[in-house]
Design a binder for this molecule. Structure first.
Ligand code: GLU
Length: 269
């Protein structure tokens, strides 16, 4: 029986999710240094023979920055328009940086109704598999420009879990602006301790996680727990760790204890 750490070290197909607060400065402008480090690490893992899928937020955030909007748009119409401005900018930055490290990227924009429709879902799976076969890194976001409430995932934590299940990934890594899940809110309580490992998502964890996201992104800890629940049910382990230093991904794959590990349920069978 393979241990959780050994499974992670040998993970071949890896979904990495990065949020807006990791990709942008508090000024709202894009953090090029961080995106450069992230692209470099992921390109390197791809060269090593791993299959990497990046789920990125930032379309709305980068759009806001380009348009000079001080606050995240609240109406669907404004969110859609801002994302259309930001998404192309985001892809052009990723294309340039991954290209510098010898990797091709592809854009895949999803909506919930793609995943719910068997035929479209299978088409998406085939596209992912073909790109990965070619050594291309699929970069996924929600298709915010056309997403309305009925067809939207709403947050990229959920989207990344759906993608991990869709492509039957070996591991989901969520890069956040915090080290992992704490026993209490670390901004409020000095006694808050990082939880290393979680085998089961309980109501207690949801209570600890609270609701809040940042002003630039949408997710908080609770969307991450929902994501964890989904992948764990499918036997896929998930790690939440701090994306401030994107090279932390190497530590994860070296089997070092970083962040919070959510064990996939079917792992030990
Ligand atoms: N799809 C949104 C964007 O690109 C992000 C959603 C999220 O932050 O979870 O801005």
């Amino acid at each position: 029986m393979q241990s959780a750490i050994s499974k992670i070290k040998h993970a071949k197909r890896i979904v990495v999710k990065v949020g807006t607060s990791t990709l942008t400065y508090s000024t709202g402008r894009i953090n090029l240094r961080r995106i450069e480090q992230l692209s470099r690490a992921l390109a390197d893992l791809s060269h090593e023979g791993r299959e990497i899928i990046l789920v990125t937020s930032g379309a709305v955030g980068v759009g806001m920055s380009k348009l000079g909007l001080a606050e995240r748009p609240k109406t669907t119409r404004e969110k859609q328009a801002a994302s259309a401005v930001g998404q192309s900018e985001l892809m052009s930055i990723y294309g340039k940086l991954f290209g510098e490290y010898g990797c091709d990227v592809a854009q895949i924009l999803l909506t919930k109704n793609v995943i719910e429709d068997e035929k479209r879902k299978n088409n998406a799976i085939t596209t992912f598999n073909t790109l990965l076969e070619w050594g291309v890194i699929p970069i996924v976001n929600e298709n915010d420009a056309i997403s309305t409430e009925e067809i939207e995932f709403g947050d990229n934590d959920t989207l990344s879990a759906m993608v991990a299940c869709l492509v039957q990934a070996d591991l989901l890594i969520i890069l956040s602006d915090i080290d992992g899940l704490y026993s209490a809110d670390p901004h409020k309580s000095e006694d808050a301790k990082l939880i290393d490992e979680i085998d089961e998502i309980t109501d207690d964890l949801f209570r600890i996680a609270g609701g809040a996201g940042s002003s630039r992104g949408t997710g908080g800890m609770s969307t991450k727990l929902i994501a964890a629940q989904r992948v764990m049910e499918n036997g896929i382990p998930m790690i939440i760790t701090n994306g401030q230093r994107p090279a932390v991904i190497y530590d994860v794959l070296d089997g070092k204890r970083v962040g919070t590990l959510f064990n996939g349920k079917r792992q030990e069978v």
